[in-house]
Design a protein around this ligand. Structure first.
Ligand code: ACO
Length: 376
């Protein structure tokens, strides 16, 4: 009972039937289905159903789930005004975190924690968050929000609300693959955060708000923005070698590489690499892909022996850029997708809850004298 593991490395802290990771062999499965299968054959809506029900839906179930989600696209009355009141130079992740927290005030029963209520709230949050991000981004550009289009799927509707223009099928599919590949990933930091919060029987909004706060860190989901900044700092493919070697010599981290669990290439990076190459070619961004690939090869030569390979964030940066997203929207995109996983884990935690309350090794003094303030 006194085992101490810094960063909880190697500690089993929960049981889940949602996703499985084999970090040695680079395997990720959602409910047993390899991520590559889902990325090539599924849709985001179907994947969410899978994560929340631990089985694939039949045609009728998927149609019902999709139409229920679409019927919830519009934000509660008052939320658009709230978003319009946000400073236009605020960071989108701070806005998203704050607005998800604010959603609780528009829910007549925010604290309801039955599994059924949690599923209902999850569907609302999943449906509303794209509207929050799109409305904020348009507002800061001096543009009016676009009313969601319930004839469109999750990905198409988000891109439509962002640009006031129907996206091409290729862009919708690319975005959907990003949403599928980011939807869940074991007991990562933000998912753990969500489970820890709900384990006090707090509420779904608090759990998702906390998880968004965790995700934005540069060691977690914030790394995709770090990757793009790095690619922008490298002028051309031929500069990649000096750039990466300089960073490694200074013991700096290369964003988008390394993982607490994977000691092989993250299978999501493999999926996104193919997607990034295709999109980069199609959108005149081939140089971005070439720079990324050059970095991957240098890293393979230099640090693969330490088990450091590209993670999900590495090629998602090029992918999001090619989809036309601004740099500071990359991490919010991760959040839009991961809401599926966070919610699934909150529901799983509620169904068999035990309060998270680890212990700590006290390393301070004992029996210390209380020195009166005028004697200190
Ligand atoms: N670049 C260079 N070296 C690295 C990197 C990297 N990205 N990641 C780890 N290392 C090195 C460390 O310097 C350390 O070397 P040392 O043993 O010689 O000191 C060794 O690999 C082990 O590193 P740790 O920090 O102990 O590994 P940990 O499991 O704590 O780190 C983490 C995992 C935080 C993801 C780390 O790899 C990192 O900082 N990566 C960059 C940020 C990133 O891409 N985060 C996204 C992760 S995926 C996600 O959350 C969605």
């Amino acid at each position: 009972m006194t085992t101490f593991s810094k960063g909880l490395e190697g500690i089993v802290a929960a049981e889940t039937a949602i996703s499985y990771i084999d970090g040695t062999n680079g395997i990720l499965e959602y409910v047993g289905i390899p991520i590559g299968e889902l990325a090539s054959k599924s849709t985001f809506e179907e994947t969410v159903y899978l994560l929340w029900n631990q089985r694939l839906p039949n045609k009728g179930e998927l149609a019902a789930f999709t139409s229920d989600l679409r019927a919830r696209y519009s934000l509660p009355a008052g939320m658009l005004e709230r978003i319009a009141g946000v400073p236009t130079d605020a960071e989108p992740m701070h806005v998203l975190r704050t607005m998800v927290s604010a959603l609780s005030m528009y829910d007549p029963n925010p604290n309801e924690n039955t599994v059924e209520a949690a599923r209902d709230k999850s569907l609302n949050i999943l449906a509303w968050t794209p509207s929050i991000v799109a409305a904020f981004d348009r507002g800061r550009r001096g543009l009016e929000p676009v009313t969601p289009d319930t004839s469109l799927g999750f990905s198409a509707n988000f891109l439509y609300m962002l640009n006031d223009k129907k996206p091409t099928e290729a862009m919708v599919r690319a975005f959907d693959i990003c949403m599928i590949t980011h939807a869940d990933h074991g007991l990562n930091n933000s998912t753990f955060t969500a489970r820890v919060i709900i384990s006090t029987l707090s509420d779904m909004y608090s759990a998702i708000t906390g998880a968004i706060g965790s995700l934005r860190g540069p060691l977690h989901g914030g790394a995709n923005e770090g990757v793009m900044k790095m690619l922008n700092e490298i002028d051309s493919v031929s500069d990649a070698e000096a750039y990466v070697m300089g960073k490694l010599e200074r013991k700096e981290r290369i964003m988008g590489f390394g993982h607490r669990v994977y000691k092989a290439k993250d299978p999501r990076a493999t999926e996104l690499m193919t997607l990034a190459k295709q999109l980069a070619d199609d959108t005149g961004n081939a140089d971005l892909y070439e720079k990324s690939h050059a970095i991957e090869l240098i890293m393979e030569r230099e640090v693969a022996a330490k088990g450091i390979y590209p993670n999900v964030d590495f090629y998602s940066a090029t992918t999001y850029h090619c989809i036309g997203l601004k740099l500071d929207l990359f991490t919010p995109m991760f959040a839009l997708s991961r809401i599926a996983g966070w919610s699934g884990h909150v529901i799983e935690q509620l169904a068999d809850n035990r309060l998270f309350r680890p212990t700590v090794n006290y390393v301070g003094p004992h029996d210390a004298p209380y020195i009166p303030i005028d004697k200190r």
